[in-house]
Design a protein around this ligand. Structure first.
Ligand code: SF4
Length: 457
């Protein structure tokens, strides 16, 4: 039997031992029951990792007699069946990843459930077990030395917004800032020379982020190798006939996004592809755009959900910083009304595809087009540098641009800015936006709130 040292694991290696089909069936069905409970909790409106969510899960796990989960949650070493429960946990994860790797929706659902389960186990770990876990899983977190901690005391206390901790006994960690993008916007970390400093109770964010990427990447890989990977008929039959719990989360649609005049700058910074980010900044700085930019950006805005009223106000606010309101109404408003199908032929324009944008020919002083195709390479790489890309990512972007693989370079830009894996190259800026929004949504849904509760002022 494989040696399972801890309840908590990153499931790095698949199990390598024998397991009968009936046992396999029982192991997988129990894990599916766990997913079902999580899905029910979500449908009841409980936010993952809150007290009410945990309470519901724990009571249902006991009520439905999910023996593996009960033993693992108790986390009493040497209790009867402890090693067996760890073994089941490991096998269930791997077997179900073979089932849930098939589609994107299934992959997201599986990753979300597994991370929620991971968090439940994480919270029950004893200090020495956690230390063992960090050592085994190589999470690349450096403990801030006592000397450095004292030197940075003021900044650490201020920037991490931690009010109720005992500074002297709290361990602080430092890590490359790009490893914890979810903490950056809320300024919960202290940034210095590319490193993010944070207290131990934020460590879960880092682990979560890391695991998310690890599981997503693994599922994606399994999806590619699976068609040729399973040679055994009985296993194939078994996997094809497991009654999977379907993802029951909201599908993304334009209606789920709220883009308005209040949040448009944040949305642009977080979710726009480089082509649209560039135009948006230009508009904010110069309060004017040439015709092609207005077309490229205006229709993009309509399709990401900016309402007609907000769009008119948005354009007018900017343009009238340089011209009178009457001049705007007379000379420019028609175009924006036209984009929303309110005047003229009342056409519902489709947003431009990347191919169409790349086929345009911006002349000197024009800023529409695709940065990966139309920008000077030095300017593009400089932009990547200022966006904090690693040397490795900069090289990748450079190589892809030189090979004229512009959409792939854009995909690399997405990966580097989101620390995420994307599967298909983008066909349009709107698709990029949707992927980005969806990624953040799924990440947010999974993030633990418990630490925010105790650390927020
Ligand atoms: S590849 Fe498409 S989405 Fe990306 S920057 Fe170019 S046009 Fe925009």
């Amino acid at each position: 039997m494989d040696d399972y040292k801890l309840n908590l694991t990153t499931y790095t290696t698949p199990p390598s031992e024998c397991c009968s089909l009936p046992e396999l069936q029982q192991i997988c069905e129990e894990r599916l029951q766990l997913y079902k409970i999580m899905d029910e909790a979500k449908n009841l409106g409980y936010k993952p990792s809150t007290a009410v969510w945990n309470e519901y899960l724990e009571s249902q796990i006991v009520q439905r007699k999910l023996s593996t989960s009960i033993i693992l949650l108790r986390n009493e070493n040497y209790s009867v069946g402890h090693n067996k429960a760890r073994r089941h946990n490991h096998i269930a994860h791997w077997m179900l990843s073979l089932c849930y790797c098939r589609t994107k929706d299934l992959r997201v659902f599986f990753t979300r459930c597994e991370l929620q389960w991971f968090e439940m186990l994480y919270k029950r770990m004893k200090d020495e077990e956690l230390q063992q876990f960090f050592t085994d899983s190589e999470l690349e977190c450096v403990v801030v030395s006592q000397r450095e901690k004292n030197l940075l005391k003021e900044q650490l206390l201020m920037c991490t917004k931690v009010k109720e901790i005992d500074f002297d006994t709290t361990i602080f960690y430092k890590i490359n800032f790009s490893e914890i993008p979810t903490l950056l916007p809320s300024r919960k970390v202290f940034l210095c020379k590319g490193l993010a400093y944070f207290p131990q109770n934020y460590l879960i964010y880092h682990i979560h982020n890391k695991l998310w990427r690890l599981l997503s990447g693994r599922l994606f890989w399994l999806n590619k190798v699976l068609p040729t990977g399973i040679k055994e008929d009985r296993i194939e039959y078994f996997l094809n006939n497991l009654p999977l719990i379907s993802p029951n989360y909201k599908r993304f649609s334009d209606k789920n996004i709220i883009v308005d005049l209040e949040n448009i700058d944040q949305v642009a910074a977080a979710h726009y592809p480089l082509c649209m980010k560039t135009i948006h900044s230009l508009l904010r700085n110069e309060h004017h755009l040439k015709y092609d930019c207005k077309m490229q950006y205006g229709i993009f805005l309509k399709w990401i959900g900016l309402s007609y009223q907000d769009a008119m106000e948005f354009w007018k606010d900017e343009f009238t910083k340089k011209m009178s309101s009457e001049w705007f109404d007379r000379k420019y408003s028609y175009l924006f009304k036209h984009q929303y199908g309110k005047v003229g032929g009342m056409i519902d324009y489709e947003p431009s595809s990347c191919e169409e944008i790349q086929n345009s020919c911006p002349g000197p002083g024009q800023h529409h087009g695709c940065p990966f195709k139309h920008w000077d390479l030095d300017r593009l790489l400089q932009r990547c540098r200022s966006d904090g890309f690693s040397t490795y990512n900069i090289k990748n972007v450079r190589d892809l641009v030189i090979s004229k693989k512009y959409e792939e370079a854009c995909m690399m830009y997405f990966r580097a800015t989101h620390n995420a894996t994307v599967e298909n190259v983008f066909k349009s800026p709107n698709q990029y936006f949707v992927e980005s929004y969806e990624f953040e949504e799924s990440l947010n849904d999974c993030l633990v709130d418990v630490f925010v509760e105790c650390c927020d002022p």
